[in-house]
Design a protein. Structure first.
Length: 527
């Protein structure tokens, strides 16, 4: 359901082996979640170049929470993470996913059926993961229940999605294909025989006091048309022959053999259901994301994604802020020219980093065919993304801040192709302004040569003003943080370069002034 051209993103042989081992009573299917592979090979995206700085796992865990009929389902965040690491490489691939979301969004009955199929499939896989000790009371009854659940899933696929017009129709087509196979016929015969081995006609005589006074047996008819039926004489003969040959074929052993044989026949058809659950989960969790954001009065949208399309985001917000006490403030960005470089300036705590982070998430979700945290989005189709926002220190850091800065710049140009999206926060802030400006200028010229869409924040205001005046690179844009009369940020962005970083105002807001620090010192208790 995630690929324009249907394909398995998992190892069919290993997954089938896990299912069969679980059916036999081993606890091997706990590895099913790990066996669910992501859609690798879609594009050139590399998780190492953007996922940490965009907090992609936090986004999935905090914002893509799936609740159906009051029951919360654990989203496979590792699989979702892999999906976001490989967005479609074509407009058609993006549109394929968007069409599924649009159909589910517009058809409440189809969404209800999708929820029901997801519930039934999740229940089936949960049965495979049931620990062995929980099955031991009646292992054969448990295996029958598992086969019944597999039939429910297949029948739901075939019956509930025949009128779908998006890629969801594949569920119907796959279900019908499975139903048409001889393996499914064997499964039906077994379940029919298990539930209706024979029919007994009786007459009950009820007295005036409501008690049964008499029970008369009229007729006993066995289900002779079922392929699993064996006549009483045949059953007796088989047991006698096996006894004389030294075998102890109890009815229980025969039942276990039949159950195992039927499962092995149907197992290949169950392997894609493992993947289907993960794919369906991505769409349903995305719809839950949309519902939650709109409950916060933060509209989302499906982006228009095309090659060389200028970035245009209306009502962009950063969904990561919802996990904290801050409320996202929506803002507008663009339009910027295709393959242009935008310089962002403004005070600390003015929203620059959160803006850049939100833009990265918008591109990631938009090109993945999912809802974008913006009321309207127009995005270019890019081959990859490089994001550097978060500076982390380690105890064994070999390089200083400037050295790490140079390493990230080198990795950018070693990894990125054209067109790509590059997002850099506080470029060259680890050295003095004069040398930093020289490196900054080099990076800008190389980005222009490479052919990228770039958004770069900086506190080198004089340098940014010269760039704005001289325009050494055609199409370069400039955004500055808007401030109120009291110099506090509105978290909106206007064209141009900021006049000041408002360091003094930030220090005063945070209580770092001579008077405030003096009060701290004077207020300390005497030693």
């Amino acid at each position: 359901l995630l690929h324009l051209e249907p394909k398995l993103g998992l190892d069919e042989g290993s997954v089938q082996e896990l299912l069969e081992l679980s059916f036999l009573g081993r606890e091997a299917a706990k590895g099913l979640d790990k066996a669910l592979g992501g859609p690798r090979g879609e594009g050139d995206w590399d998780l190492e170049l953007f996922a940490k700085d965009l907090f992609v796992l936090d986004l999935i865990r905090d914002c893509f929470v799936l609740v159906i009929d009051g029951l919360r389902y654990p989203v496979n965040d590792a699989f979702f993470y892999q999906v976001l690491s490989a967005p479609p490489a074509t407009v058609e691939g993006v549109t394929f996913r968007q069409d599924i979301l649009r159909e589910l969004e517009s058809d409440s009955e189809l969404l209800r059926r999708a929820h029901r199929l997801y519930h039934e499939t999740a229940k089936l896989l949960a049965m495979f993961k049931t620990p062995d000790h929980a099955r031991r009371l009646d292992i054969d009854a448990f295996r029958l229940d598992l086969l019944k659940q597999a039939r429910r899933v297949i029948d739901r696929m075939a019956a509930d999605f025949g009128d779908a017009t998006s890629g969801l129709r594949r569920l119907h087509e796959s279900g019908v294909e499975i139903q048409g196979g001889p393996q499914y016929g064997r499964l039906l015969d077994l379940l029919d025989y298990e539930s209706r081995q024979s029919e007994l006609a009786v007459t009950l005589n009820i007295g005036a006091d409501g008690e049964v006074k008499d029970l008369v047996l009229h007729d006993l008819r066995e289900n002779e048309k079922n392929p699993f039926y064996t006549s009483p004489w045949r059953r007796l003969l088989l047991r006698v022959k096996s006894f004389f040959h030294g075998y102890q074929l109890s009815p229980k052993v025969i039942v276990q053999h039949i159950l195992r044989q039927v499962f092995q026949e149907i197992a290949p058809a169950l392997v894609p259901l493992v993947q289907m659950l993960g794919h369906l989960e991505v769409y349903l969790a995305s719809l839950a994301f949309r519902e939650r954001m709109e409950a916060e009065n933060l509209p989302v949208s499906l982006a228009t994604v095309e090659p060389d399309l200028p970035v245009r985001l209306r009502g962009l917000f950063n969904p990561l802020l919802l996990a904290g006490e801050e409320r996202p403030v929506a803002c507008d960005v663009g339009p910027a020219d295709p393959l242009s470089i935008t310089i962002v300036t403004g005070p600390n705590s003015g929203g620059k980093t959160r803006l850049l982070q939100g833009m990265g998430l918008a591109q990631l979700l938009g090109q993945s065919g999912l809802y974008v945290p913006a009321a309207e989005a127009r995005l270019p189709l890019v081959r990859g993304m490089f994001v550097s926002l978060v500076e982390t220190e380690t105890a064994h850091q070999a390089e200083g801040r400037l050295g790490r800065e140079m390493m990230r710049i080198r990795s950018l140009f070693a990894s990125m192709g054209s067109p790509s999206l590059v997002i850099l926060d506080e470029l060259c802030s680890g050295t003095n302004p004069r040398e930093g400006e020289e490196i900054f200028d080099l990076v800008l010229r190389m980005l222009d040569r490479l052919g990228t869409v770039a958004f770069i924040s900086t506190h080198f205001l004089e340098f940014a003003k010269r760039l704005e005046t001289e325009r050494p690179i055609p199409g370069m844009k400039f955004l500055r943080v808007e401030s109120n009369d009291d110099l506090s940020s509105t978290y909106q962005f206007l064209p141009g370069v900021a006049e000041t970083s408002l360091a003094a105002a930030t220090a005063e807001r945070l209580g770092v002034t001579f008077e405030a620090l003096s009060e701290l010192i004077d207020g300390r208790p005497d030693d």
